[in-house]
Design a protein around this ligand. Structure first.
Ligand code: UD1
Length: 368
């Protein structure tokens, strides 16, 4: 039987934990041949290769080496490089994940070459078009042939935008599959001890949104709020390269480092980082993935954003949107034990990759 060649596009840190479970599930099937394409949007070891190793994903079959740049440079660079790959090694399907620049770029390449495109994590909407990710989500969903959604709100968004129902398949949240696959290794990592943090009694902070970290007017009040938080409990501040750059540019690095209750840390690979999440008391973040992981784990999450494309983490889970001014009062509520328990959304169960493979086989058979 001839196998079906499926390109899986991985580009940036949050993509890898979505691609890995699908890679493994396709590799275990008798009909599909997964081909890993890394666009190189993220390239630091702890932002890329160390995570892929944690997730037991082999070396990518293609590495486009696009790197950093403006939005147009990055999107255009990925399109040019990936189009070449597709023209020489045409796949039967392309799966793009998440909402980064490479997601939209590769979806556009596929659609124009008439290669069917699947979007994993389709339908999420923040309704904030100032976010580059919202543009990427809208573009990708408008041209994808199959839309795999993580939660019912995503289906509703797509239907309201006129996407035919037979293109949409609610398969659940695939990031949970990565967590469950590595649960044992995560639990034994004990990263808190490594940094001298008291288990279940520290705040874990991650920030990387341009809207928070690219201007002094937004980053300084957040740093001030973290200083207030550090009076209550130790803070592990795991800083993304963009944030490290922002702190440096605005002369805030020394101020953060001087505070003995704030541990300023560089990016940490998946297993050791998830260990730090599981033993935290509260997470303060602007990440999309962490809003979901904390809901899954039942850990209070304070999200420093005006909106979220993942509303189910607020309506069902442990997440709440805050700003620098309201962070303190919400942290107090968490520390007083006055926080919602939350529940896990349906199909966030570690079996999403299996549903994805079944779904793709159905769509593939239907195309004949
Ligand atoms: C990208 C995604 C964002 C995602 C985030 C996760 C877009 C538009 N944004 O944002 O949705 O939540 O990844 O991290 O696609 N850098 C390094 N090393 C790296 C990667 C980046 O030093 O390995 C630095 C560079 O200075 C770069 C900056 O970080 O210019 C920003 O990287 P970029 O990929 O442009 O966007 P992110 O902010 O990481």
């Amino acid at each position: 039987m001839s196998t079906t060649k499926i390109h899986l596009i991985a580009a940036a840190r949050p993509n890898f934990m979505k691609v890995a479970p699908l890679y493994h599930a396709l590799a275990a099937s008798d009909w599909a041949d997964p081909v890993l394409v890394h666009t190189g949007q993220h390239y630091d070891r702890n932002m890329s290769d160390a995570i892929l190793e944690d997730l037991r994903v082999p070396e990518p079959d293609f590495h486009l080496g696009v790197g950093s740049g403006t939005h147009a440079e990055q999107t255009g660079g990925v399109m040019i490089a990936y189009e070449r790959v597709c023209m020489e090694h045409r796949p039967d399907w392309i799966v793009v994940v998440g909402d980064v620049n490479s997601t939209a770029a590769c979806a556009m390449v596929g659609a124009k070459l008439w290669i069917p495109v699947v979007h994993l994590e389709a339908g999420l909407r923040s309704r904030d078009r100032r976010m580059p990710e919202e543009i990427n989500r809208l573009v990708t969903d408008a041209i994808a042939d199959v839309l795999w959604t993580p939660s019912p709100d995503a289906d509703e968004n797509l239907l309201a935008e006129g996407v035919p129902a037979d293109k949409i398949d609610l398969i659940g949240n695939i990031m949970i599959d990565s967590f469950e696959m590595l649960r044992e290794g995560i639990q034994s990592a004990n990263t808190a001890a490594e940094f001298g943090l008291p288990p279940h009694d520290y705040a874990l902070v991650t920030l990387h949104r341009p809207s928070n970290v690219d201007a002094l007017e937004t980053l300084e009040p957040i740093v001030a709020a973290l200083e207030d938080a550090a009076v209550e409990l130790p803070v592990a501040f795991v800083a993304h390269p963009r944030t490290i750059n922002g702190l440096e540019k605005f002369g805030l690095t020394e101020r953060v480092e001087r505070n003995s209750a704030i541990h300023l840390l560089e990016p940490i690979p998946y297993k050791r980082f998830m260990s730090l999440v599981t033993t935290s008391r509260v997470v303060i973040t602007d990440s999309g993935g962490l809003q979901e992981e904390t809901t899954y784990l039942g850990i209070p999450c304070l999200t420093l954003r005006e909106n979220t494309e993942r509303p189910v983490t607020v309506t069902m889970g442990t997440n709440k949107l805050v700003d620098a001014a309201t962070l303190g009062e919400n942290l107090k509520a968490v520390l007083e034990g006055n926080w919602k328990q939350g529940e896990c959304p349906p199909l966030w169960d570690g079996k999403t990759a299996i549903r994805a493979v079944e779904s793709l086989q159905r769509y593939n058979d239907a195309r004949g």
